[in-house]
Design a protein around this ligand. Structure first.
Ligand code: ATP
Ligand code: MG
Length: 320
């Protein structure tokens, strides 16, 4: 089947290994076979903070990360929310299709509120999953490669699409989520690896920075290394990361380390991560901000053409 694929990231900081194994690897694979849209979700930066911060800088860095991992702007349309007004306009009719109770039930939103540093929760925090429905449906996306935290949002999109089709006319497909080899990679503090939580291994970090964050990771007092996610989550997480980078089973790596202890595990992990990321880091160092700008200019224009068509269809269906 030929899919239209949509995914994206908030420009809130450098992409990390959670992104890579959660969604980026799938994107690189899917761009070869399907129509692909990749969204720089700039308007969603302000869901959990008061101001967008160093937004231009973060957007440039995100684009360089994309290019470094192998997203190809000739195959994928890479664009940003703030450049496609017609996409954002879909939010209004879509909001009318969901209830406040449904918005309040979203488990990912609840988790993000718990980790937000804002004193008050904004209306955007509760409604951004519907904005995400606009992201996916403006291009009639059918496949969404995401991490596990996004599954409730893909459900919201399906709900919006189903209700729109029932109330007005059959305009939208019902998209499916696709998860990667690590749907929920944990960070070095045991919580979800996140750009905004200071617990991530950034794709673009130097070898020394990578060594430093891994050295600081928490482990436990037992010197004999075993893979036991239930009772030894910290050690298991480091083994999982090493396994993903080496393409090996974490149990096997644990056995090999045995009595070598956490120090040996961290050394092995550092080497595995640095070797795995080396080609991406090398490619990234040959790119600059002008390359990033060029990608967005072309992608924004293409995305906008698509959004104009969908918004017109929505207006027609609703009788405006
Ligand atoms: P922030 O903390 O700013 O929200 P983030 O690390 O959660 O940043 P997002 O931009 O919100 O990153 O998410 C982009 C994509 O990466 C989503 O599809 C999300 O599911 C996926 N993703 C993010 N973190 C992980 C993770 N730890 N494991 C697997 N997938 C992840
Ligand atoms: Mg997030």
């Amino acid at each position: 089947m030929n899919h239209t694929v949509l995914t994206g990231d908030r420009p809130t900081g450098p992409l990390h290994l959670g992104h890579y194994f959660g969604t980026l690897a799938n994107r690189v694979r899917l761009q070869e076979l399907h129509r692909m849209y990749v969204l720089v979700a700039d308007y969603q930066v302000i869901t959990d903070r008061d101001v967008p911060g160093r937004i231009q800088h973060n957007i440039t860095e995100l684009l360089l990360d994309y290019l470094a991992i192998g997203l190809d702007p000739a195959k994928a349309t890479i664009f940003q929310h703030s450049a496609v007004p017609e996409l954002n306009q879909l939010l209004l009719p879509f909001l009318s299709l969901v209830s406040v109770a449904e918005l309040k039930r979203n488990p990912t939103v609840k988790d993000e509120i718990a980790h937000s540093s804002q004193s008050a929760v904004s209306g955007l925090m509760f409604t951004y999953p519907v904005h995400q429905a606009a992201d996916i449906l403006f291009c009639k996306g059918t496949l969404v490669p995401v991490g596990k935290d996004q599954l409730p949002h893909v459900e919201v999109t399906r709900l919006v699409a189903r209700r729109f089709n029932e109330r007005y006319a059959p305009v939208f497909p019902l998209p499916e989520a696709m998860m990667g080899s690590a749907p929920l990679l944990k960070g070095l503090d045991g919580g979800k690896m996140s750009k905004s939580r200071g617990n991530a291994i950034a794709l673009k970090a130097t070898a020394d920075e990578t060594a430093a964050v891994i050295r600081a990771a928490r482990t436990d007092a037992d010197r004999h290394i075993t893979y036991d996610p239930e009772r030894r989550p910290e050690v298991a997480n480091l083994l999982t990361l090493a396994g993903l980078c080496l393409g090996r089973a974490p149990e096997e790596i644990a056995e090999e380390i045995g009595d070598g202890g956490a120090a040996r595990l961290k050394r092995l992990l550092t080497e595995a991560v640095n070797e795995f990321l080396h080609p991406m880091r090398k490619l990234r160092s040959s790119l600059d901000a002008a390359d990033a700008r060029e990608v967005l200019t072309a992608g924004n224009a293409r995305a906008r053409e698509r959004a104009v068509l969908t918004l017109e269809e929505v207006r027609q269906a609703m009788g405006f």
